[in-house]
Design a protein around this ligand. Structure first.
Ligand SMILES: [Zn+2]
Length: 251
């Protein structure tokens, strides 16, 4: 959790740039979060300070595989240290299945509330789902929800979880982990109002909100109500349908 010295200089900068820039000529230092532009779907790649890869979801087609392939031409083989599928919907799983035909994975299993992964100073606290026997009527509510904590930098990854899931998260734990509001929120469910929990967002006021959504989403996502609310609480919004891959690096 808060294992780094207070004296350590903390800098966050955000780059929204085209893919060719984000996936090449990379510096190995820093903890990098990339919200990949995979069209409609989620795919998030975390590269640790030591160059390990954590992939959360793979989008709905071959785009994420192509992006990884382009990068890993420079490396030998394709190995992902941790792979997480948030839930079994095609816009998260199909691309991941494709990637796992080509790449090996270290840890790849369903995670549950209370699980904790530590990698190169990054902690992944699993907040949801509560247990294996939890089978809600809406598969979106089985989404793995993770608080990624790197020193004073906190990112909440929500999959497609609905607002009832967000309101059920362990607030005591979140209060302990989150310093001065969330740095990044991966907005739930491609910006659908089904994942909008206003009191949760007012409490943790994300500085940046990233929406992974395809251009011309057939459900009209992201919902205006979500955009208005996030804007109203002062979150800066980035969208993969408009800006492409969003890269955020924490030092
Ligand atoms: Zn989805």
């Amino acid at each position: 959790m808060h294992f780094r010295s207070l004296a350590l200089i903390y800098i966050l900068y955000i780059l929204v740039s085209i893919l060719s820039n984000t996936l090449s000529n990379r510096e190995s230092r820093g903890m990098t979060f990339e919200f990949l532009d995979v069209g409609q779907g989620d795919s998030i790649l975390i590269t640790t300070t030591a160059g390990k890869f954590i992939l959360i979801d793979g989008g709905g087609d071959y785009t994420a595989d192509r992006l990884l392939f382009e990068r890993q031409r420079l490396l030998s083989g394709c190995h992902l240290d941790v792979v997480i599928l948030t839930h079994e919907h095609a816009d998260h799983s199909v691309g991941l299945e494709r990637i796992l035909k080509r790449c090996t994975a270290g840890t790849y299993k369903k995670l549950y509330k209370g699980d904790l992964l530590r990698i190169d100073g990054l902690e992944l606290h699993v907040l949801w789902p509560p247990e294996k026997s939890y089978t809600p009527s809406d598969i979106n509510d089985t989404s793995t929800v993770i608080l990624a904590d790197y020193g004073f930098f906190e990112v909440l990854l929500t999959g497609d979880a609905g607002s009832t899931v967000l309101s059920s998260l362990d607030k005591g734990k979140l209060d302990n982990l989150i310093q001065n509001g969330l740095d990044i929120l991966k907005v739930s469910h491609h910006g659908s109002k089904t994942g909008l929990d206003k009191s949760f967002l007012r409490k943790y006021t994300p500085r940046y909100a990233v929406i992974q959504v395809g251009e011309g989403n057939k459900f009209g996502l992201p919902d205006e109500e979500v955009l208005d609310f996030l804007g109203g609480i002062g979150s800066e919004i980035y969208r993969t349908d408009m800006q492409g891959t969003v890269e955020i690096k924490a030092f």
